[in-house]
Design a protein around this ligand. Structure first.
Ligand code: NAP
Length: 233
């Protein structure tokens, strides 16, 4: 079933992967709301996206802010928030900092689902965002792997808990977004060359994966790999 005329809310929809999801959903005829914490990013995204897309400021760490965001019915919730990665090698971990690193991507995601539920259509969907690091760890990335794997588990657990609403996650390899801006060019090129498809994914390819999950009423509890084969190398 298509999503024409349906209401899609994308938290993290003002940049990168979420912006791609919002654009693809709007082009498929959905009524789209993008939300994130920076008013400037919200304004810029709403101006850049197709006419009719609305922008809302929300801090996913703040329950009152989330309660205010979900003030009308929605059919699909896409969650792709991401802040600076924290963590590092466990032997030298600053625990307080590492815990703070879960506020947006783990607890924020759970809080957003909690506040969306009263407005989410009974046949609606929730799409989470995770990464191949859950199954392809890198040295010093144990905490990142734990976070990503927790999102995989959340998708499966909430699919059971919230049925018949559908809950899925998308596991990305590397997608070319502002989050990768800080990576040294040399490391980026080396990582791209290692991909089976020889390049990173685009935000449009990422967006099309969310569209698939929104549209296909028979898919729930799955972690969809959109990774250029990254788990095989
Ligand atoms: N890019 C990749 O290669 C890749 C691979 C695997 C997984 N992922 C995951 O995909 C997600 C999106 O990544 P991306 O590359 O698209 O990053 P991005 O371009 O930096 O986008 C992150 C989005 O999250 C929003 N955000 C940050 N803090 C927020 C908060 N407190 N409340 C609400 N929104 C908040 C940002 O807007 P504001 O700053 O305005 O809040 C922005 O819209 C992340 O969870 C990331 O870990 C990315």
């Amino acid at each position: 079933m298509g999503i024409e005329g349906q209401h899609v809310v994308v938290i993290g929809g003002t940049s990168g992967i979420g912006l791609g999801a919002a654009r693809v959903a709007a082009e498929a005829g959905a009524r789209v709301t993008v939300a994130s914490s920076s008013a400037a990013k919200v304004e810029a995204a709403a101006a850049d996206l197709p006419a009719g897309v609305r922008g809302r400021v929300v801090d996913i760490r703040d329950e009152a802010s989330l309660a205010a965001l979900f003030d009308e019915p929605l059919d699909h919730l896409v969650l792709s928030p991401g802040d600076a990665l924290r963590g590092g090698p466990v032997a030298s971990l600053d625990l307080a900092d590492a815990k703070a690193g879960l506020e947006v991507r783990f607890w924020g995601v759970i809080a957003a689902i909690k506040h969306a539920l009263p407005q989410l259509a009974e046949r609606g969907s929730i799409s989470l965002t995770t990464g191949t690091v859950s199954v392809r760890p890198f040295p010093g990335g144990g905490i990142s792997s734990g976070l990503a794997a927790s999102i995989d588990g959340l998708a499966r657990g909430l699919a059971v808990e919230l049925a018949p609403r559908r809950v899925n996650a998308i596991s990305f390899g590397f997608v070319e977004t502002p989050m990768l801006d800080g990576f040294p060019e040399q490391l980026k090129s080396a990582a791209e060359a290692k991909q089976l498809v020889g390049r990173f994914g685009t935000v449009e390819e990422a967006g099309r994966a969310y569209l698939y999950l929104m549209e296909n009423d028979y898919v729930t509890g799955t972690v969809l790999g959109v990774d250029g084969g990254a788990v095989l190398v």
